[in-house]
Structures are given as structure tokens and as C-alpha cells.
Design a binder for this molecule. Structure first.
Ligand code: ADP
Length: 218
């Protein structure tokens, strides 16, 4: 069975989540209180509804409790975002993902039952900073406030060495979880794997450990 998604708020963030999900073949119920916004998505989402997501009755009429994933992408109206999240949480929605504007907003959202809180601008900012700092960093993903994953092109100081030689886990506290080589992803590489030119290393670890490794090698 297809996964069911409901997206509340069709601004830049909610709109792009909706488009991407539909492109990947998912069914998406898109909700916005603004008619013009909703109309923009008539030909994109599976179903589009003009509704106020802070109205419990409306959410029940739309069968929202039956949706596996609900995304609250109401930007500026923090009160509405909190109220909608609270209703979803009370209805027992399994996965509630909410876009937060500030740290206080995030704190409240977590307290009232949001399973995942996102700061898209902040996360994109951190990603861009890493790209700017080193051309060898091809991607940067924040897993939590502590842990990150980076993808970095092997530099000359890494090429020809085995994972064991580098002893990264003991020295830095991060781990090479995969190597991308000639388009193929080698997950959990062996300790005796020799790093080759043009390899892309996928590293996982605490932010500090990753920074220290980047500084020495990337
Ligand atoms: P972004 O920063 O992602 O562009 P915006 O704040 O511009 O986010 O967009 C949020 C969207 O959420 C707007 O289209 C707005 O009409 C919609 N919205 C705001 N409050 C509600 C609500 N109570 N119910 C449903 N949609 C809402």
C-alpha cells in the first residue's frame, strides 16, 4: 500500500515537500487556509483542501488521524503551528514533522508531541558553509544537534592508505560508514580497504570529531 501523507501549509517549504513526494509517486493531501495557495497545487497534489488546520473538526472530517505522516509547514504563524501540532498529537498521528521558526518554537513543539522538528534555513545554511569551506565536501547532513554525516572526496593525504592505517575511529571518534567508488556505494568497508583516488568517503560521527577530521584531512 502507498504511504499516505498530509502536508499542512503550502509555502516554500511545504510546497516543495509536496512536489517532491508527488514526483516520487506518493499520495499527498495538501492543505492551506489560503485559496490562492491551494489553487497553485490543484494540478500537483493528489487532493487539495482549503482549510484551517487549527480546527479540530476540519482535521477529523479530512480523516487526518488515518494519515501515517503529517507535515506542519506553517511558517510565520507560530501559534497556528503549535495548535495544529497539538491537535495532531492528540489524535495520535504516528509521525508528525514540523517546521520550526525559533528555538523556543522547537522546544514547545517537542513538548507537545512533534516527532521531528526541522529548521530548513538553518540546516541549509550549515550545509552551504561546509561546501564553501572545502570544495572536497560534497554533502553534509545534520542527523541531530550532535551527530552529522559528511561526504568528502578523498584528498592526497588519504589516498593509498587503508582504513586501519588511518585509525580514524580511535583518533577522531568518527567512522567511515561507506565509500562511493565509481558510482557504486560500498557500505561498511573492511579495515584493509585501500582508499583510492576519486573515492568519496561517507563519515558519521559527532560534529566535533567530524570538524577535527576535516581540518586535518579534507
Ligand atoms: P515558508 O517559509 O515555508 O514559505 P510560509 O509561512 O510562507 O512558509 O507559508 C505557510 C503557509 O501556511 C501559507 O501558505 C499559509 O497560508 C499557510 N497557513 C497558515 N496558517 C494556516 C492554518 N491555520 N491552516 C492551514 N494553512 C495555514
Amino acid at each position: 500500500m502507498k504511504k499516505q501523507f498530509a502536508i499542512i501549509g503550502l509555502g516554500r517549504f511545504g510546497g516543495s515537500v509536496t512536489k517532491e513526494l508527488v514526483e516520487q509517486g506518493a499520495d499527498v493531501l495538501a492543505i492551506d487556509s489560503d485559496r490562492t495557495k491551494a489553487d497553485e497545487f490543484r494540478d500537483i497534489a493528489t487532493q487539495v483542501v482549503i482549510a484551517n488546520a487549527t480546527d479540530e473538526q476540519v482535521l477529523r472530517e479530512l480523516d487526518i488521524p488515518l494519515y501515517e505522516h503529517v507535515v506542519v509547514a506553517i511558517g510565520n504563524d507560530i501559534e497556528a503551528s503549535i495548535l495544529a501540532t497539538l491537535l495532531l498529537s492528540e489524535m495520535g498521528v504516528k509521525h508528525i514533522c514540523v517546521k520550526a521558526e525559533t528555538d523556543h518554537h522547537e522546544k514547545v513543539l517537542k513538548k507537545i508531541g512533534a516527532h521531528r522538528v526541522l529548521h530548513p534555513e538553518r540546516e541549509m545554511g550549515a550545509r552551504l558553509a561546509h561546501h564553501l569551506l572545502s570544495a572536497n565536501i560534497v554533502d553534509y547532513i545534520e542527523l541531530s544537534s550532535q551527530d552529522t554525516i559528511i561526504e568528502a572526496v578523498a584528498t592526497p593525504s588519504l589516498i593509498g592508505q587503508t582504513i586501519q592505517d588511518l585509525n580514524i575511529r580511535a583518533l577522531y571518534g568518527c567512522t567511515i560508514i561507506a565509500i562511493r567508488r565509481q558510482g557504486r556505494l560500498m557500505a561498511a568497508p573492511q579495515a584493509n580497504e585501500v582508499i583510492q583516488a576519486e573515492d568519496v568517503l561517507v563519515l558519521l560521527g559527532p560534529k566535533k570529531a567530524i570538524y577535527a577530521f576535516e581540518k586535518d584531512f579534507i
